[in-house]
Design a protein around this ligand. Structure first.
Ligand code: SF4
Ligand code: SF4
Length: 449
């Protein structure tokens, strides 16, 4: 029913792709830990303020009304993943996925405290001793500290990080904040410290469906069977071609460096996260043997079959066109977004009020949301009926940056002009920018004629 997973001890290997992977890890983790501390106009640059229902993204403030933009952004991200997977295979898995990036960092701490692959294997087999305890405890200390910092940073995207730090130091932290910080820290510790390749193999849905985006022109990491087989050990001085051997010396180095423990020589497997460690490993062997590099390499199935690889193909065109349309739509929508929202709520308690001098009055509450980060003044107007009078407003109204103003207003009209139900239009205009205008319709009710 269940076979417990065998622990994998990936061997460390240098090379072109190892450098690239380390660079990606440093850049992505650096961004994750640094971004919450970045300030923009004296406010946290990236903050998903859920209680206030506002998302701050650099200079932009998104409100619940802007949810369609976020939805569009997520669709674009998903479609980009499809596009790049069809083009270049599992680039995301190998170099940018959080699981890969954090696992890389945890393995680095493991190597720092427990040594190389063979030292780690020996240590795990050895009975408990003071030296073993010291190494294991050092590793746990690094892992737990790093995980807790990760949990703290994660919460820092949802709660102002400086205040959060001060609250933690003062031991004044809310229950939910503590829960989510510990939860995220624990998930990092478990996933990157222990689960590792099992997350990719058994938990990640992308690993399961990404093959649907592959075709014979997709870039994959593959072993060149024609060149490598028949595999076998030999001395460097031996003319292996004359001896009937291929270029693979069956050293197993490509298997030992694989973080998911597979043998690339058995063909394309869904467990392969395309980290390219086996390319570095095999290239180093090819260099030692004085054979050309590339026995394991980035290639395509068509190329392996000595056929032409097509970069431009129907599915790429479909993905690219959809991406262009969506990105164009998002940019246009964002550029034409008015940074103010006007909501008009008619008083439900009374239909209308009759006043002396043949006047009729309706009451409304105007809700003005200033979505920009700067305070603004607005002039109000109302139209749609002859002689409409806006009462209760004295000139301009002032709304703080990112603020919401609730404003009760009374509208009057002459009884003869306002009988029955009438459509009227409220308008606001920023005093500092005539293009910042918003209109909202409502109804003015007068006595039945
Ligand atoms: S087979 Fe190669 S590219 Fe795939 S996961 Fe293993 S080492 Fe990485
Ligand atoms: S590293 Fe290269 S030579 Fe060694 S077993 Fe793997 S494919 Fe063969």
């Amino acid at each position: 029913m269940y076979e417990s997973a065998k622990k994998i001890y990936p061997r460390e290997i240098g090379g072109r792709f190892d450098k690239l992977s380390k660079l990606a890890t440093i850049a992505l983790l650096g961004l994750f830990y640094f971004l919450p501390w970045l300030l923009w106009d004296e406010r946290q640059a990236i903050l998903f303020d859920l209680p206030a229902r506002k998302f701050y993204l650099l200079g932009l403030t998104l409100w619940p009304q802007d949810f369609p933009y976020l939805a569009l952004l997520l669709i674009i991200a998903a479609l980009s993943l499809f596009f790049f997977t069809a083009l270049a295979g599992r680039l995301w898995c190998g170099f940018a996925c959080p699981q890969t990036v954090w696992t890389e960092a945890f393995i680095w701490m493991e190597q720092l405290t427990e040594g190389t692959r063979s030292q780690r294997m020996k240590l795990d087999k050895a009975p408990w001793s003071l030296a073993k305890f010291r190494k294991k405890a050092s590793k746990q200390f690094l892992w737990i500290t790093f995980s807790m910092w990760t949990g703290f940073t994660f919460i820092g995207y949802f709660t102002p990080v400086r205040e959060l730090g001060a609250d933690i130091l003062a031991l004044n932290i809310g229950g939910w904040t503590l829960f989510w910080g510990l939860f995220y820290g624990f998930a990092t510790y478990g996933n990157a410290g222990y689960m590792r390749e099992q997350v990719c193999k058994y938990m990640c849905p992308y690993a399961r469906f990404q093959s649907a985006m592959f075709d014979k022109d997709t870039l994959i990491i593959s072993y060149d069977e024609k060149r490598g087989e028949p595999r076998g050990g030999r001395k460097r001085s031996v003319d292996h071609k004359a001896a009937g051997l291929g270029d693979c010396i069956d050293c197993q180095l490509c298997v030992q460096v694989c973080p998911t423990g597979i043998d690339i020589r058995e063909g394309l497997q869904y467990e392969c996260i395309a980290c390219a460690a086996c390319i570095d490993a095999c290239d180093s062997i090819m260099d030692k043997m004085n054979y050309p590099r590339g026995l394991v390499r980035y290639t395509t199935e068509h190329s392996l079959q000595s056929k032409t690889t097509h970069v431009v193909r129907p599915r790429m065109l479909v993905y690219a066109t959809l991406l262009l349309i969506l990105v164009g739509g998002l940019v246009t929508a964002m550029a034409s977004r008015t940074p103010v929202i006007l909501d008009v709520i008619r008083d439900r308690n009374s239909l209308y009020r009759e006043l002396p001098d043949d006047l009729v009055e309706n009451i409304y509450t105007l809700k003005i949301i200033n979505q920009s980060n700067d305070a603004r003044s607005f002039t109000l107007s109302v139209s749609g009926l002859e002689g409409l009078l806006l009462d209760g407003i004295d000139g301009e109204v002032h709304v703080d940056g990112g603020g919401v103003l609730s404003l009760p207003v009374r509208i009057r009209a002459r009884r003869d002009d306002a009988s029955g139900v009438n459509e009227i239009l409220f308008g606001i205009e920023a005093t500092d920018d005539a293009s910042v205008v918003m209109e909202e319709d409502s109804r003015f009710i007068g006595p039945t004629p």
